[in-house]
Design a protein around this ligand. Structure first.
Ligand code: ADP
Ligand code: MG
Length: 481
């Protein structure tokens, strides 16, 4: 495999379908919520009854424009809809309304760590329904298929990338960053497993140094980041082996199977002319004014890349900033914490450390936990003022995550504040020294490292509450006597 990578380079372009988070469908007024009873979210338009007319949902256009702006695309003054004809039982009309030669977004790019990945275009289209295959298989047996048209007419934005990626990790990073952008601007929930974001992977290989692209295969059914990477790596080897054997890669659509870890041929690749695209006669071309675009631009929320930079400027490492930005709920929470003027670095340490570990363990989001922003900020304030120690704070955050109890009351109730008066610490220091004569002798004989041993004993006695500076001072003073 590594020898193939010395000889061939992969070229990857992705077509990502993002389901837009609208209340209603793209050309009909019923809802498009996931998980409803079969065929309850349908209408004459969705069922493709004769004589009905599609009406474009303006919210879809707003979301497409917002996405285009976030992806650095050009939004032309005019775009139009086209019919893409094909027969499939989950497509009652016999065609899908899509956009062919005049898409709503043209060009653009998504930044990944080492380069920009070009965006060719993004266009609006309607989703098809879903076939549910049931019963035992067999030519004349009891197998049958049912059609559920709830998903038909759900708005999709298909985002097509340039063939700019050269490895599975670049493809992964592209999808991750694109997904983050879509989530931050609120147009798609980006759930690969549930299919609200789907990626078709186009991959070809070429001998290293060759300019022309090789013949590509398109892989469908990739529904997690893990399968994206596995499918690409599998396909690279499959294509390399074909070329090594003197055979050719054929242009086709292949299906990824997560269980076998292989792709298999699904159908030959259709060309555009197979679909007999023509302008949708039931919809007017869409004129988009500059004012409309500027209004949407003015409502653009902060994008992930900007957040990342802001966090790093505030003192976070690139790693920590990424951990927060990659989970939108954590990032929005963290922003609210920052509004309370907490120390960004300390807050981030708790958030990406103890808090994130707890949430992962409990399988809940930060919004589902009992940790309010106020309480968290108070805890950080107590720590900053030196009322509680770092170790105590680490334990307390778990307590308040679980119970939601007010942190100040908890500190008082449990007596957790730092002991900073000499009269309380000195007796403990003396007691520990008296109890360990051998260690004292060894320390005085030059074993400096034992200092830490005494500190540990004293902290144990005070349940971690002794003020560290004061403890150090008193311990030194007593040992040097
Ligand atoms: P179609 O509409 O037939 O799917 P497109 O020209 O729109 O074809 O390309 C679809 C995707 O395939 C794009 O993301 C593009 O970047 C990618 N692509 C095109 N040619 C290649 C190639 N030789 N190798 C890898 N990806 C490619
Ligand atoms: Mg395609």
């Amino acid at each position: 495999m590594t020898e193939y990578k010395d000889k061939y380079e992969m070229v990857i372009g992705l077509e990502v379908h993002a389901q837009l988070k609208t209340k209603t469908k793209i050309f009909a007024r019923e809802g498009c919520e996931f998980g409803k009873d079969p065929n309850t979210e349908t209408s004459t338009v969705t069922l493709g009854m004769p004589g009905v007319l599609p009406v474009l949902n303006k919210e879809c256009v707003n979301m497409a424009i917002l996405t285009g702006l976030a992806l650095n695309s050009t939004i032309p003054n005019r775009c139009k809809f086209d019919r893409k004809q094909y027969f499939y039982p989950d497509l009652p009309k016999g065609y899908q309304i899509s956009q062919y030669d005049e898409p709503i977004c043209q060009g653009g790019w998504v930044q990944i760590s080492n380069k920009k990945i070009g965006i060719t275009r993004a266009h609006l289209e309607e989703d098809a329904g879903k076939l549910v295959h049931a019963g035992a298989a067999g030519l004349y047996g009891s197998s049958y298929s049912l059609v559920d048209l709830n998903r038909a007419g759900t708005p999709l934005l298909e985002i097509v990338s340039e063939p700019d990626m050269r490895s599975s990790s670049e493809a992964r990073e592209y999808v991750e960053n694109l997904r983050n952008i879509l989530k931050y601007i609120g147009v798609c929930d980006g759930n690969l497993e549930e299919g609200s974001m789907r990626a078709d992977v186009n991959i070809s290989i070429r001998p290293i140094g060759q300019k022309e692209f090789g013949t590509r295969a398109e892989i469908k059914n990739v529904n997690s980041f893990r399968s994206l990477v596995r499918a690409i790596e599998y396909e690279f080897i499959r294509q390399a082996e074909l070329l090594e054997e003197g055979k050719e890669v054929i242009q086709e659509t292949r299906l990824w199977d997560d269980n076998s870890g292989m792709t298999s041929s699904m159908r030959g690749k259709e060309d555009a002319h197979d679909y007999r695209y023509f302008p949708e006669p039931d919809l007017m071309p869409l004129e988009i004014s500059r004012e409309w675009i500027e209004k949407i631009r003015s409502e653009m929320p902060e994008l992930p890349l900007q957040k990342l930079e802001r966090y790093q400027k505030a003192g976070l490492s690139e790693y920590d900033a990424n951990v927060i930005v990659n989970q939108i709920d954590l990032a929005l929470y963290y922003d609210k914490l920052l509004e309370k003027s907490v120390d960004p670095k300390v807050a981030s340490n708790f958030l990406t450390g103890e808090v994130a570990a707890f949430l992962k363990e409990e399988k809940i989001s930060i919004d589902e936990s009992k940790l309010s922003v106020d309480n968290f900020a108070k805890l950080l304030e107590l720590l900053k003022k030196g009322t509680i120690s770092n170790n105590i704070a680490k334990g307390l955050i778990i307590d308040i995550l679980k119970t939601g109890e007010d942190v100040e009351k908890l500190v008082e109730k449990k007596g957790l504040s730092v002991i900073s008066d000499e009269s309380s610490i000195l007796p403990v220091v003396q007691k520990v020294i008296e109890a360990n004569p051998e260690q004292v002798a060894a320390y005085k004989g030059g074993k400096d490292k034992l200092f830490g041993f005494f500190v540990g004993q004293i902290m144990k006695e005070t349940k971690g509450r002794a003020n560290p500076q004061l403890l150090n001072k008193l311990l030194k003073q007593e040992l040097d006597k």
